[in-house]
Design a protein around this ligand. Structure first.
Ligand code: KG4
Ligand code: ZN
Length: 344
């Protein structure tokens, strides 16, 4: 079985082909980062237009790289939520139309399920059940994953997502979009002892997070310098901020592992590309005689490969969309099924 997967939920257009026997055959990606950087963040209308501009050539590229014709494709999967509605509409419309023209099944995929299953694209992949920390630009969740499709959210952010906090703090430091990876790079030059950021909700009994206070703490710290922030001070603030985010994620994950008695941890979503987070989680799992799994860096952020993989799983579950183009800007992960009742 072979699935063509299309991702277009935000600022990356991704297309990939996944085969259930041969694995990932190809993946093509176009990032809109340069275009949005001029505006300091994603401009939804421009994102939609840019997806339209490149999506067909990416489909051609993915087919060519996989040395595969349309006749060898069984289904066309696409991200149908959550995400920016206009951007989602582009991928959904193209995927639905291509599936119609090729006489194939169209399969709607939840973007967060794509992220969650992305480590399954790696050679060293986790067995089920496992605990997952999903950290992206829009979500921060701890999920007990009993089986593919069986997701129980046991903790989440009550305000900003971790990636959002990285991006907002980066903006305050004058770092250009996308702030997360650049803030992290700057933090490497920073001192761990000059500033200490709080660990919000570290002592709360539940597994929820709050990140918006860290952004405010950064704003207040920066304000004290009255516009005279030198590069070293910026790096020191970036370091203290990153350490706080990673520490709070580590504290909550440790609690969740204890609560669920699981010893396999998956981290996925854009922030899982963060080196400090990967190192700290690896250390934690070693100390607990467990193991951490993550996708390769290029599959932490948005891509078509994870949609093709999740699409194959959903196709096997019997998910398909009718001819109507439906997208869901919000689509909670725990409303998905592990059985064949996944149509939108
Ligand atoms: O998963 P993703 O590509 O898109 C969403 O589904 O939201 O995640 C993007 C987020 C952005 O907030 C970005 O700043 C963050 O992931 N990110 C990072 C790093 N790489 C990406 N944050 C911290 N450190 C990184 N290395
Ligand atoms: Zn994403």
């Amino acid at each position: 079985m072979r699935v063509l997967g299309i991702e277009s939920s935000c600022d990356e257009t991704g297309v990939a082909i996944y085969d259930d026997k041969l694995g990932l055959l190809s993946h093509a990606l176009y990032s809109q980062i340069k275009m949005h950087a001029q505006y300091g963040g994603v401009v939804p209308e421009l994102a939609s237009r840019d997806h339209i501009r490149v999506i067909i050539s990416l489909i051609r590229e993915a087919l060519k790289e996989a040395n595969c014709t349309k006749d060898e494709i069984d289904a066309v999967a696409y991200t149908s939520g959550p995400g920016l509605i206009g951007a989602l509409m582009v991928g959904a419309t193209v995927a639905r139309s291509v599936a119609y023209a090729w006489h194939k099944i169209a399969v709607p995929v939840n973007h967060m399920e794509g992220h969650l299953l992305a480590p399954m694209l790696e050679e060293d992949k986790p067995e089920f059940p496992f605990l997952a920390l999903l950290v992206s630009g829009g979500h921060t969740m701890i999920i007990e994953v009993k089986a593919p499709g069986d997701y129980h959210i046991i903790g989440q952010s009550v305000d900003d997502a971790a990636g959002e906090a990285f991006d907002k703090t980066a903006k305050l430091l004058g770092i250009e979009y996308p702030g997360g990876p650049l803030l992290s790079k700057l933090a490497k030059k920073g001192s761990a002892s000059r500033f200490t950021f709080p660990r919000p909700m570290a002592d709360s009994k539940n597994l929820d997070f709050s990140f918006s206070g860290l952004k405010t703490f950064a704003a207040n710290t920066i304000a004290k310098f009255e516009g005279n922030l030198d590069e070293q001070t910026k790096a020191d603030i970036a370091r203290a901020f990153e350490d706080a985010v990673v520490d709070i994620l580590r504290i909550k994950v440790k609690k969740a592992l204890k609560q669920t008695k699981l010893n396999r941890l998956v981290i996925a979503g854009g922030v899982s590309a963060n080196e400090t987070l990967r190192t700290q989680m690896a250390k934690l799992m070693t100390s607990l005689n467990g193991k951490v799994y993550y996708p390769r860096i290029s599959f932490c952020t948005d891509n078509g490969a994870m949609i093709a993989y999740a699409g194959l799983f959903r196709y096997k579950c019997g998910a398909h969309s009718d001819l109507a183009i439906n997208v869901l800007p919000r689509w909670p992960l725990d409303t998905l099924c592990s059985s064949n009742n996944t149509n939108v």
